[in-house]
Design a protein around this ligand. Structure first.
Ligand code: URP
Ligand code: ZN
Ligand code: ZN
Length: 461
């Protein structure tokens, strides 16, 4: 099928110009003014931005966690992502304790195939055990399967946390195989002590999630991971940076020229610690990890995005319903499943509160949600830009279109919205994945299974 996107304003990481974009057989084949071509479909993009599809490199679909399973699978999750302008996501394939690494990958491929995603999906491999199920030989072979990043959790003691020995060994393998190491950086040992002390003192409310995970413990683990990666010779990507304490060691590492990058997530820019104090257990909606921080950290994160200390904004979409899932922890904050939704509202929130307020340029927005994730995770230039030969993953974005964000406005299975009641101006209207129409004028028109697994290249050395 061929598609002509006519009359839009093409925005990439570096450019901003008026042009028609012609798509044939899934890729962009012509870009120019008043293109004289016959197309199967013509999309009128006048007064619209034509942007490369966003890439969300941090999601958790259909993931067993905290005694339950995230409520979005690769069907609902990818539909919701598409409405938010994402055309690719990279999900965390979780090794269950005792499971072999090939089995873990096979499990995630089955979940994906069963769900018939509507956008493209890649995997990171989250290594949780190298004692019983996992081993270093299997780990070294993972990048051959197009899964070119290993993820380690330095927190969640007693479930998926790894010790420093495991972390360091994985880093050494990554240095050899050309994989990227991702870390969830918090000091899980100290957090476990703080949680036990809080519960012993009778503190059970959601706010204690934040009080037992102070920013210093994120800063300590971030610095530790950076130094270990440096010794191992591995490139490092720090996920969901939430506070000044974690940002500072990343800034120092980058200034020194070490191979360290970091992301923050939409929610850390907008939700602060006080949300956890909402009455009647509503605070549980904001129990994700690291926790929302005191408001002053938000300004630090915005500055980090402007100065490229942080290079990516992801969503860490890890959705649990409030009714029946978050309520597992009604009497004990430590049992509230950790995770928040947000896959659909990244682009519109960043556009409204970033671009419209002058904090971010349109080019920087594209860098943060599309081009930088594509470069970092081995997808560029196939994805992450609009250029001749690139996949036609394209968002036609209407900067005037207004949305009121709510549980009803999104297409996830989750029963609440982190940004409930927020009014934004600017929304994705039409979304193409490899030239296939997925969303048209904010209606789902995709064929189930329009998305497919994407193999990623190794990180540039
Ligand atoms: O609370 C969160 N973020 N849950 C998902 C797992 C993780 O730590 O990324
Ligand atoms: Zn995490
Ligand atoms: Zn996560």
């Amino acid at each position: 099928m061929s598609v002509l996107i006519r009359g839009g304003r093409v925005i990439t990481a570096t450019d901003d110009y008026a042009a028609d974009v012609f798509v044939d057989n899934g890729v962009v084949t012509q870009i120019g003014n008043s293109l004289d071509v016959r197309a199967d479909r013509v999309i009128d993009a006048r007064e619209r931005y034509v942007m490369p599809g966003a890439i969300d490199p941090h999601t958790h679909m259909d993931m067993p966690f905290g005694g339950t399973v995230t409520c979005d699978d690769f069907t609902s999750g990818t539909v919701s992502a598409a409405f938010g302008g994402s055309t690719t996501l990279i999900d965390f394939c979780m090794q269950s304790p005792g499971q072999t690494l090939p089995d873990a990958l096979a499990t995630w491929h089955q979940k994906l195939e069963r769900a018939k995603p509507v956008i493209d999906v890649g995997f990171h491999l989250a290594v949780t055990d190298l004692q019983k199920g996992g081993n270093l030989e299997d780990l070294a072979r993972v990048p051959e399967q197009g899964v070119t990043s290993y993820k380690l959790f330095m927190a969640y003691k007693g479930s998926i946390m790894v010790d420093d020995e495991t972390l360091f060994k994985v880093m050494e393998v990554a240095a050899r195989t050309g994989a990227l190491v991702l870390v969830h950086a918090e000091n899980g040992d100290a957090i476990e002590v703080l949680i036990r002390e809080a519960l012993a003192a009778g503190h059970t409310e959601p706010i204690w999630h934040a009080r037992t995970r102070p920013p210093e413990l994120e800063g300590e683990a971030t610095n530790r991971a950076i130094q270990l990666a440096r010794v191992a010779g591995a490139p490092l990507y720090v996920v969901h940076v939430s506070c000044r304490d974690a940002l500072e060691p990343i800034a120092r590492a980058r200034a020194a020229g070490w191979r360290v990058t970091g992301e923050t997530c939409t929610q850390y820019l907008f939700i602060d610690e006080s949300f956890l104090e909402k009455p009647d257990f509503e605070g549980a909606k904001y129990v994700y990890t690291p926790p929302p921080r005191p408001k002053e950290h938000q300004e630090v994160l915005w500055r980090g995005l402007a100065t490229d200390v942080l290079s990516v904004v992801s969503t860490d979409h890890c959705a649990f319903k409030w009714q029946g899932q978050k309520t597992i922890g009604w009497d004990d904050f430590s049992k509230i499943p950790n995770g928040g939704p947000g896959i659909e509202d990244r682009l519109n929130m960043l556009h409204h509160f970033g671009v419209r307020t002058g904090r971010l340029s349109l080019n920087r927005l594209v860098q943060l949600v599309s081009t930088n994730p594509a470069r970092t995770f081995g997808l560029y230039p196939r994805k992450g830009t609009i250029a001749i030969g690139s996949d036609a993953d394209i968002v036609v974005f209407n900067p005037e279109r207004k949305l009121t964000l709510s549980a009803a406005s999104h297409h996830s299975n989750v029963d609440y919205n982190l940004y409930e009641g927020t009014e934004v101006q600017g929304a994705p209207e039409t979304v193409l994945v490899r030239g296939q129409l997925i969303i048209e004028d904010r209606q789902l028109v995709a064929d189930p299974g329009a998305g497919r697994f994407v193999r990623r290249a190794r990180v540039p050395q």
